[in-house]
Design a binder for this molecule. Structure first.
Ligand code: SF4
Ligand code: SF4
Length: 214
């Protein structure tokens, strides 16, 4: 006689049936419902292959089932490295890499949701990744391209919280000095000031992208 394992039972009593529509309406999530669960994405994913608890097919299934909290508060959505292998192999053009980006944006946005039931809490991995992305994009906005000492310094100080962030940064001081010595990172910012013409051009692109989002 066969037995059913308790771990395999999914509790859908708190599921949100609208979650899949929220993802479909987010840029990048449009093709979600075309997934027919073939697993090609999972079989081709280098992160899954490396032994991480990460399964693209399962994430799509959870979204379709409305498992909002389980997906948005999981570390899984922060493990994708954006290599696009799954997107390349998917027979249904689901574009999982972009779905992951959509899920990350929804997760970050919902940390401030006024509706407590929908409010999400980012795992540590998510908070760090989001903080790094934010400093990276702010650096491009400021200088016209990234200036590593500036954005990595700010990432350690603000992203990881003062004073511990600054202390963690000191752990890398010998590596940073070594890279400066070999001219692998620039001591001065590109263009030397944030008012250079390239920075101004880049800010126009940011402005346009923001206006399209609205
Ligand atoms: S490869 Fe495409 S259709 Fe197959 S499970 Fe992954 S996302 Fe779904
Ligand atoms: S883009 Fe992400 S999910 Fe897709 S194969 Fe690469 S690491 Fe895996």
């Amino acid at each position: 006689m066969s037995t059913i394992s308790i771990e395999k039972i999914i509790d859908l009593s708190t599921a949100d049936p609208n979650f899949k529509n929220e993802v479909v309406n987010e840029p990048g999530g449009e093709h979600l419902k075309k997934c027919f669960q073939c697993s090609s994405c999972t079989l081709t994913c280098p992160v899954t292959d490396a032994g991480f608890d990460f399964n693209p097919r399962k994430i799509i299934r959870q979204v379709l089932l409305g498992m909002r909290k389980e997906v948005l508060e999981s570390t899984a959505i922060w493990q994708c490295v954006g290599c696009y292998e799954c997107t390349d192999r998917c027979p249904q053009n689901v574009r999982f890499t972009e779905i992951i980006e959509a899920l990350r944006r929804i997760a970050v946005r919902n940390t401030k949701n006024k509706d407590k039931k929908k409010r999400t809490k980012l795992p540590k991995q998510g908070r760090l990744k989001h903080s790094f992305d934010k400093r990276f994009s702010e650096s491009i906005w400021l200088w016209g391209r990234t200036w590593e000492p500036e954005y990595i310094g700010r990432y350690f100080m603000y992203g990881r919280g003062l004073p511990f962030g600054a202390l963690i940064g000191f752990r890398y001081i010998s590596m940073i000095l070594g890279m400066l010595k070999k001219f692998k990172i620039e001591f001065f910012p590109p263009g030397f000031h944030p008012w250079n013409s390239n920075a101004r051009k880049v800010r126009k692109i940011y402005k346009k992208a923001k206006s399209i989002q609205k």
